[in-house]
Design a protein around this ligand. Structure first.
Ligand code: ADP
Ligand code: MG
Length: 398
């Protein structure tokens, strides 16, 4: 990331040094020989087809799977000789669906490792509330819930809170967002980026989705069968210059869309929104909106978080702004990609999305027209590049 200098880094570097995994009873090694350096505080996404060795590699880092050969270092520590239980207390691990114990409350799940580490009750409770808030769950509402009474996205948030409980320098995630619906998935990705910016952990995330990898990864590791490194580079480098035919093909038809994942909501100009509060006079709000040329207003709570996004016609049906809460309010974060924004818009009726800051307060809106204009620009830039290339090639021939 270009802004890494400005970020807090509490993560540790990870180094894989000639790591091999040969499962018993298998002819070919699952991971042939892997060398890899991960910078402290980066998010690195492992991506590649099913069976290429992503999970095996990830699980060797916390020794859920023992390497057959090679060394793994976290920071300066060679963890290949370390007690695996101790190691796992210092490496957070998140799996699909959160991997929570269904009969334990959220608080008990989150506090599992701190309890093993012998923290006192008060410290565990404070840490649990801090982490629930960090992952966007109100502690008062959720700390005593059972995972089985929560949505997939909420369980996944608790899974992340639990993995962070003992403040580990490294977080490993194996297809963490594979089991949630597409819109929740986008939100969870944005939340992970926000958490990463706040905490500066080193995060390794396995995915089979190239778009997810380019969105989340400071660097992306493209693997082929046998844990073979096809390319290890930033998303922009991989898209601009695939190292091998395998990478080109893997990136393939998704390339145009993946380019859209390189443009973030924060990189484009947002439209101003007209803000209203519950109980405001409808006439006053409509007057303000008309003066601003707006046909919609955003109703927010005391923290500036969006409650609803009614049209002026809807506002006009009541004398005062109603306290209606739209559970499907389309929102995106500054770190969301334009592709996410487009997906979110297409699922909404307002023809746009609200942009929120790190704490969820509404700061503006993006319309389909804005996003389409950016896409058009990018496509014409891409075409211009193409024609330069053709002209150049023709020039060489002449
Ligand atoms: P990925 O996560 O990329 O889909 P895996 O790391 O799970 O790939 O698997 C890599 C290869 O190792 C596959 O060929 C898989 O069948 C094999 N494999 C994975 N786990 C085991 C195991 N416990 N025993 C034997 N072979 C395994
Ligand atoms: Mg896997």
């Amino acid at each position: 990331m270009t802004d890494s200098a400005a970020r807090t880094v509490t993560g540790a570097s990870i180094r894989l040094d000639g790591v091999v995994k040969h499962y018993r009873g298998q002819d070919k090694p699952a991971v042939k020989k892997l060398d890899l350096d991960i910078t402290a505080g980066d998010i690195v996404a492992f991506v590649g087809p099913s069976g290429c060795g992503k999970t095996t590699t990830l699980k060797m880092i916390n020794r859920l799977i023992e390497p057959t050969e090679g060394r793994i270092l976290i920071g300066e520590r060679d963890v290949t000789g370390e007690n695996p239980d101790t190691l796992r207390q210092s490496v957070g691990y998140v799996i699909q669906s959160g991997g929570l114990f269904p009969h334990w409350s959220v608080a008990r799940n989150v506090g599992a490792i701190p309890r093993v580490l012998g923290w006192d009750t008060k410290r565990i409770a404070e840490r649990t509330d801090y982490l629930l808030d960090l992952v966007g769950l109100d502690p008062a509402v959720f700390r005593d819930r059972l995972p089985k009474d929560m949505s997939g996205g909420q369980q996944q948030r608790v899974g992340v809170a639990r993995a962070l409980a003992a403040d580990p320098p490294v977080l490993l995630m194996d297809e963490p967002f594979g089991a949630v619906d597409p819109i929740t998935r986008l939100r969870l990705q944005d939340e992970l980026i926000a958490i990463q910016h706040e905490l500066g952990k080193t995060i390794v995330i396995v995915t089979h989705d190239f778009e997810e990898a380019t969105k989340l990864g400071d660097k992306v590791l493209v693997l082929s069968e046998g844990g073979h490194v096809e390319q290890y580079a930033t998303p922009a480098e991989i898209l601009a210059d695939p190292a091998t035919p395998f990478v080109s093909e893997f990136v393939g038809s998704g390339a145009t869309l993946a380019h859209l994942t390189l443009s973030r909501v924060k990189d484009v100009e947002h439209d101003a929104v007209v803000i209203a509060r519950v109980g405001d006079s409808s006439d006053e709000v409509i007057g303000r909106a008309m003066a601003a040329g707006a046909t919609w207003v955003v109703v927010v709570d005391d923290d500036g978080r969006g409650l609803s996004w009614p049209s002026l016609d809807e506002v006009a049906t009541k004398p005062r702004v109603s306290d209606y809460v739209d559970a499907r309010l389309p929102t995106v974060a500054p770190s969301s990609t334009l592709n996410d924004a487009l997906d979110t818009m297409l699922a909404a009726s307002q023809g746009g999305v609200l942009v929120t800051d790190g704490r969820g307060a509404v700061t503006g809106a993006l319309t389909i027209a804005t996003v389409m204009a950016v896409i058009r620009d990018q496509l014409s830039d891409a075409r211009a590049d193409g024609s330069t290339y053709v002209a150049h090639a023709a020039g060489e021939q002449a």
